[in-house]
Design a binder for this molecule. Structure first.
Ligand code: TXA
Ligand code: MG
Length: 323
């Protein structure tokens, strides 16, 4: 685990306007002091992310909520109490503390208390909020180890804190509570079922049009290789068809799949939480082998399987110009 001196160093870097890579339980974040506008702008520049895509502000605990959110509806309170620290982000009406640099000029702010001891140690020592998108270049696969961050961002970050591999492996679930009834803006590391259990009613998925969620662009989380989705029973046929076109093919899927004998398989377990944990690391590994196409087996559409299917669909989507 990270030494106390390193946590202190991280806080110094944040206080002096620097940018660090911070482990969370979902993915690694590219973190800046949320109240330092220049540092926040540097985060956008390093990622190559459009300034209109707002950032999540990470807090040390639920007690900080009202200094960033001017209205906290009962449903938000219940979700925060049930799931923080954890892979849940709440979108709420902002206070002036959440500046335009973070919110992209929207009147709402995305807030979360991350469930990782290193992130919490840094946040507690800093006392304020930390703006942190995933620590990858815009449109690419999110990092789940410190090594992924170093490979992607190299010397662009002032300090990389190594908190080990992320336990959840996909980004937080984003719930909009800023108006009317709650809606899921991004499926993620907390299942819709768990959220619905606490709220006592169904919560629809509303993929953003008005609110700008960059993870909701068509092509995202994209490796260099093409990605083709398959139900496990179709995987072998897909592999054969692609090979007949002369393509080099790898498979992301569970053990026990029936495949042509010589096809490289990158292990993504059948159980959705296990699949979420390793998904991004396996996408990277498979990509490094230089295959033309990766055939990705879809996990069942329940629990974290919804988030895994969502990320795989975006990885498979047609590329937009910024790729
Ligand atoms: O698990 C996570 O959420 C990770 C870790 C580092 O905490 N962070 C993360 O950040 O995934 P990022 O920037 O890659 O994704 C944050 C998403 C973006 O899609 C952004 O558009 C959305 O949150 N978002 C931020 N503020 C928002 C707002 N006010 N309304 C709607 N969506 C918002
Ligand atoms: Mg991201």
């Amino acid at each position: 685990m990270v030494k106390p001196e390193l946590v202190e160093r991280a806080v110094e870097v944040l206080r002096s306007g620097g940018v660090i890579a911070l482990p969370t339980e979902t993915v690694y974040g590219l973190a800046a002091n949320a109240e330092d506008e220049l540092a926040v702008r540097r985060v956008f520049a390093i990622k190559g992310r459009p300034a209109t895509h707002p950032l999540i502000v990470h807090l040390a605990g639920v007690e900080h909520l009202t200094s960033w959110a001017r209205e906290v509806p009962e449903a938000a309170r219940r979700l925060a109490d049930a799931f923080w620290p954890g892979p849940l982000t709440l979108v709420l009406p902002r206070t002036p503390r959440a500046t335009d640099a973070i919110t992209g000029g929207q009147d709402t702010v995305a807030l979360r208390v991350p469930g990782h001891p290193v992130a919490l140690a840094v946040l507690n020592a800093l006392g304020g909020g930390v703006a942190a998108p995933s620590a990858n270049r815009f449109g690419r696969v999110s990092p789940t180890t410190a090594e992924h961050v170093r490979v992607d961002l190299g010397s662009d970050v002032d300090l990389v804190l190594d908190g080990g591999p992320c336990d959840v492996g996909v980004e937080s679930t984003i719930v909009d509570l800023s108006s009317g009834s709650p809606a899921i803006l991004r499926p993620g590391g907390l299942s819709a079922e768990a959220i619905e259990r606490v709220l006592g009613h169904p919560v629809p998925v509303r993929v953003a049009s008005k609110v700008r969620v960059s993870g909701s662009l068509e092509s995202h989380y994209a490796p260099r290789a093409g990605v083709v989705l398959a139900e496990p029973t179709e995987a072998a046929a897909r592999v054969r068809a692609l090979r007949e076109q002369g393509l080099s093919v790898g498979v992301l899927g569970p053990r026990g799949l029936e495949l042509p004998g010589d096809v490289p398989r990158f292990d993504v377990p059948e159980d959705p939480a296990g699949a979420a944990r390793v998904l991004y690391a396996r996408l990277r590994e498979a990509d490094e082998k230089g295959h033309d196409v990766l055939v990705a087996c879809l996990p069942s559409a329940s629990g974290l399987g919804i988030a895994v299917r969502d990320r795989l669909a975006r990885a498979a989507a047609p590329r937009t110009p910024h790729h």
